[in-house]
Design a protein. Structure first.
Length: 314
C-alpha cells in the first residue's frame, strides 16, 4: 500500500467543491492508499532527519463532515512513499524553510510533489521568463525609472508583485495614468523590493486560461477565467467567471516548450496561465482548477496525477 503524505492549509477551512488538494485526496483514497495529513507546523528536523507530526486521514466527497483524522504521531518523513506539498502561498521564508526540511525527505528517497529545490527555484512569476519565445515583453526591477521607460515603450502594462497569488495587488497602468508613480512606489516599496511589469495583453477579455500539466503533459482542456465587468484580472478569487475550453494549437505548442524542463526539474503538477497567445505565469506551489475541469469535461485529473505518482514509485 502506498503511504502518501500531504502538507496543506487547514483541511477544515477548504471549500470541497473547488479544492484541488481535496480532489487529490479523494483520488488517492480511491486507490486504497494510506493518507497522512500535515500542516506546516507539523514539520521538524532532529539530528538531520526530517519528521512530520502526522495523522491518518479519510475524506468524504460532501460539503459537511468531509474528513476524519486519527490521533497524531511523529514519524520520519522518509517512511512515506510520496508527499504532496500543497501549502498555498504566500511564498515567504517560512515556505522556503519547509522546502529545506522536505529536501531531507527527498534525499532519503521519498517522492515529493513538487520537488523541493524546484519549488525554491521556480518563482511563479519569474520562471515564465525562461521561455521568452512564449511570453510578452517583461521587466523585473526595483527602479522606478526603468518602469517609466518600459511604460513609455509599451504604453499599457500589467504590474504585479513577485510573491502574490489570486490576483492580489495586480495593477493595470496606461500611459498618462496619474497614479503611475504611486503604484510603482507601492509595489517596489520605494525601490526596496522587486516587482514585475508585463505588456498588457488585450485578449484578457476572452479569459486567462489555466492549463494543467502532469509530468509535462497538458490536460486537453483549460479553464478560461474571464474578468468581471470593469476588471482586468480574471482570477476566480476576484470575481472572474470560469469557462471550459479545449486547448488550441498555440496552447499545445507552449506546453511542448515547457514540458521537458518541467520534467527535468521534477515539477510533476503545474498550472500555467496563458492569455491569448502568451504564457504569463508558471504555478508550481498549489495549482488549482482540477474540480472545475473535472465537472465540465468528465475528467479525472487527480486520478491521472495519482497514476503518474504510482508509476514513479514502481
Amino acid at each position: 500500500m502506498v503511504k502518501l503524505g500531504i502538507i496543506m492549509d487547514p483541511i477544515g477551512s477548504i471549500k470541497t467543491y473547488k479544492d484541488s488538494s481535496f480532489a487529490m485526496l479523494l483520488a488517492a483514497q480511491a486507490r486504497d492508499w494510506q493518507i497522512f495529513y500535515m500542516e506546516m507546523n507539523d514539520l521538524s528536523l532532529i539530528d538531520s532527519v526530517a519528521y512530520g507530526n502526522m495523522r491518518s486521514l479519510r475524506v468524504h466527497d460532501r460539503d459537511h463532515d468531509w474528513y476524519e483524522l486519527e490521533s497524531a504521531r511523529t514519524l520520519p518523513l522518509s517512511e512515506l512513499d510520496a508527499i504532496l506539498m500543497r501549502k498555498d502561498p504566500p511564498y515567504n521564508m517560512e515556505y522556503v524553510y519547509a522546502t529545506y526540511l522536505l529536501q531531507f525527505a527527498h534525499d532519503s528517497g521519498t517522492l515529493v510533489v513538487n520537488r523541493p529545490d524546484s519549488l525554491r527555484n521556480a518563482n511563479e512569476k519569474l520562471s515564465a521568463a525562461w521561455f521568452p519565445q512564449c511570453t510578452v515583453p517583461t521587466l523585473v526591477s526595483r527602479r522606478a525609472e526603468e518602469y517609466l521607460a518600459f511604460l513609455d515603450q509599451h504604453r499599457d502594462l500589467i504590474l504585479k508583485p513577485l510573491e502574490g497569488m489570486g490576483g492580489t495587488s495586480i495593477f493595470r497602468v496606461r500611459e498618462g495614468d496619474p497614479n503611475t508613480n504611486v503604484i510603482i512606489e507601492t509595489l517596489t516599496d520605494h525601490g526596496q523590493r522587486y516587482a514585475m511589469a508585463q505588456k498588457m495583453i488585450p485578449e484578457i477579455s476572452a479569459g486567462d486560461k489555466r492549463i494543467l500539466l502532469i509530468n509535462g503533459e497538458p490536460v486537453p482542456y483549460a479553464l478560461a477565467r474571464i474578468p468581471a465587468a470593469g476588471e482586468t484580472r480574471g482570477n476566480l478569487a476576484v470575481g472572474g467567471r470560469g469557462e471550459g475550453i479545449e486547448l488550441n494549437e498555440r496552447d499545445r505548442w507552449i506546453c511542448s516548450q515547457l514540458g521537458p524542463r518541467l520534467r527535468e526539474m521534477g515539477l510533476i503538477f503545474v498550472g500555467i496561465d496563458v492569455i491569448g497567445d502568451y504564457l504569463t505565469e508558471i504555478n508550481v506551489t498549489s495549482p488549482t482548477c482540477i474540480r472545475e475541469l473535472d465537472q465540465l469535461f468528465q475528467l479525472d485529473i487527480a486520478g491521472q496525477l495519482m497514476g503518474c505518482i504510482q508509476g514513479m514509485l514502481s
